[in-house]
Design a protein around this ligand. Structure first.
Ligand SMILES: [Zn+2]
Length: 242
């Protein structure tokens, strides 16, 4: 059975610490006796003790683990390690597979995107944006909601970090910031733990780097001129407009 998720899904939807620990288990060969069933993958994960773990084929975060956290219904590293095994089939993880969950960074590469690449990037931005949605559920779904915001920002961080530096990509970043701003101000996104705000601040720093690397990028900053934003994130950029 092919899992209904891929490594990106696991990476961006799991909190970074749990994901990193799960990667260590996977890489150390602690996922043993892996088996496939119609609906579940199962394995024995060698943790503090050997734990019997099962993970759904449809959802990487639904399953069962004998460890203490697993018993309380928390997504534990053993479960995530088995999900990684299901996706990777025992193959080695590349550096890229393991990273991209932190803050966005400037690629510091000058250059333009081709028309096709630009379209592809715009599509992936739109699909990442869907994870950053309004909160209207009961409080018990709060953590799932927070995970969704983190997943959206994680996906955006990966996209942003890979962009070359030029005026065209500057426009893309400004566009992302304005869309997120709208979501925070009017879209009912509850960013109490600052996930989205943190991503936006990091993106503003990237744009400052863009301006330094290629002053043409500053032209694209004009779009924010005179705007009122939700936490005045635009100020450092507005200052750079001549
Ligand atoms: Zn566990």
């Amino acid at each position: 059975m092919v899992p209904k998720y891929n490594l990106d899904k696991i990476k961006f939807a799991t909190d970074p610490q749990t994901f990193t620990k799960a990667v260590s288990l996977y890489e150390a060969g602690k996922v043993t006796q892996f088996k496939e069933d119609i609906n579940y993958y199962s394995a024995i994960v060698l943790g503090t003790k050997p734990y019997r773990v099962s993970v759904k084929v449809r959802h990487y975060d639904y399953g069962h683990c004998e460890c203490y956290l697993g018993q309380t219904g928390v997504l534990c590293k053993h479960l995530v390690a088995v999900a990684i095994y299901a996706v990777m089939g025992g193959q080695e993880l590349s550096h890229d597979d393991k990273t991209g969950i932190a803050e966005p960074k400037c690629s510091r590469k000058l250059g333009e995107l081709t028309k096709e690449d630009l379209d592809r990037v715009k599509k992936s931005i739109s699909s990442a944006m869907k994870y950053i949605k309004a909160y209207n559920g009961p409080s018990r779904t709060w953590f799932a909601y927070q995970d969704s915001l983190s997943e959206g920002c994680g996906r955006l961080a990966k996209i942003v970090s890979e962009l070359p530096v030029n005026e065209q990509t500057t426009k893309l970043l400004i566009e992302i910031l304005l869309r997120l701003d709208k979501k925070l101000c009017e879209g009912g996104v509850d960013d109490s733990d600052g996930t989205v705000g943190g991503f936006m601040e990091a993106t503003v720093s990237i744009l400052e780097e863009y301006a330094e690397l290629n002053p043409d990028c500053i032209k694209a900053f004009r779009k924010i001129k005179g705007r009122e934003t939700c936490f005045s994130w635009e100020e450092p950029l507005a200052k750079l407009i001549a």
